[in-house]
Design a protein. Structure first.
Ligand SMILES: [Mg+2]
Length: 389
């Protein structure tokens, strides 16, 4: 679909984890602060004041405190960021039903279904959402609006924080031309340096070269790079529909994680999050899939089924390390992990197959669910909660 209006909006929360903390501790606004681990930890989000003093993510906390000795370190608050993230996207859904939650703090909106007639009208409504996010959540997000996802995403990063950038359809190539080549997805620090040595520093430097030159610069992906440099992209915004046949959750990390034990703990915690919902719906499940994502959006997943469906956490725990080993084959840290349960069936269909011991465990689990609901996660279910960093 060729769009004649900038109906695709990308929003990206500014210094998200820190913003969430500052919403709770407004007295720290304007200070040099960061969220991260204190002992042997890394900075996962830094305030703009701290960034101005040379603190960046990911940076070892030790080093951050050296370059900025009066840096205020804030520990991760378990559960806070995913809650604020949900609220932020819920606000977006008051504008359009087509919202793609891409990660905890960024996503795409397709405003085509809203029937807006001009770029000005689109901007007015999108700015109203940006304002509501601030009014209701006291966090800021930067917005980019364009005719496609690629350009909208680049535009949202152009004027952080509190940015709002519209790229009129037809001017994509001209907009991108003066930007650094590293704004294109997949061009990391190393690639940027290598390209720079060969005279490609800006996106515009890609345009106007011969096919042979482009092939020698970018190899097999030269056509993709050329398309990106022209600002062309035809990916649609995909709403992630609540699929009744599956239950899933995912977490995007502020800092890539390479520690197997930590990823295993996070995946088990996801089982603990999902299974109460499955029980509450009167369902049970048989198949678990673990997906991992490397930086650069490269995914890999692995799934396995139990002999029979269950609505208990424990039978799935032993699968976690097996699935992780199968999916996480590259020796690289991960950006995201997700757990999905499929082969979901109504409870009661195989009730007779349950052993007495399972029945007891299920009753205990039901009690814990109630306590958790009441005490807002005060009850630690199985000890898979994230390390309190
Ligand atoms: Mg962000």
């Amino acid at each position: 679909m060729t769009r004649t209006l900038p109906t695709i909006v990308h929003l990206d929360a500014d210094a998200f984890f820190v913003s969430c903390e500052l919403a709770l501790k407004p007295e720290l606004r304007g200070t040099k602060c960061a969220v991260g681990g204190r002992e042997r930890g890394i900075i996962s989000s830094a305030s703009y004041e701290a960034r101005a003093r040379g603190v960046y993510t990911p940076m070892p906390t030790k080093l951050a405190l050296k370059v900025c000795p009066d840096l205020i370190m804030l520990p991760h608050t378990s559960g806070l960021y995913s809650k604020v993230s949900r609220q932020m996207f819920d606000i977006c859904e008051t504008l359009t039903p087509v919202v793609q939650r891409n990660s905890i703090d960024e996503g795409y909106l397709d405003l085509a279904p809203c029937g807006f007639k001009s770029a000005a009208e689109i901007e007015r409504h999108a700015r109203a959402v940006q304002q509501r996010i601030w009014d209701e959540l006291q966090i800021t997000a930067s917005f980019g609006a364009a005719a496609n996802k690629l350009v909208a995403a680049i535009a949202s990063k152009a004027n952080k924080p509190k940015g709002f950038t519209v790229v009129p359809p037809g001017s994509e190539a001209a907009y991108l031309a003066p930007l650094k080549i590293s704004v294109l997805p997949g061009v990391g620090k190393k690639t940027e340096a290598a390209l720079g040595e060969r005279g490609v520093k800006l996106v515009g430097d890609v345009i106007g070269r011969s096919e042979a030159e482009l092939k020698s610069l970018f190899g097999r992906s030269w056509e993709d790079v050329l398309r990106m440099a022209r600002g062309e992209d035809d990916r649609e915004v995909h709403t992630v529909h609540e699929d009744a046949k599956s239950y899933s959750t995912q977490e995007t990390f502020g800092v890539d994680i390479g520690d197997f034990a930590e990823i295993e703990r996070i995946a088990k915690r996801m089982i603990d999050e999902l299974m109460p919902a499955i029980r509450a719906d009167g369902k049970r499940t048989k198949t678990m899939t673990v997906k991992v994502r490397y930086p650069g959006m490269e995914d890999s997943s692995s799934g396995r089924s139990l002999g029979e469906a269950t609505d208990l956490e424990a039978p799935f725990y032993p699968l976690v390390p097996l699935l992780l080993k199968a999916a996480w084959t590259k020796r690289r840290p991960l950006r995201l992990v997700s757990v999905r349960f499929t082969s979901v069936e109504e409870k009661g269909s195989q009730l007779e197959m349950f052993a007495q011991t399972d029945e007891k465990k299920r009753r205990l689990a039901a009690v814990l669910d109630k306590l958790n609901d009441r005490g807002k996660k005060d009850v630690v279910r199985h000890g898979h909660q994230l390390k309190a960093e």
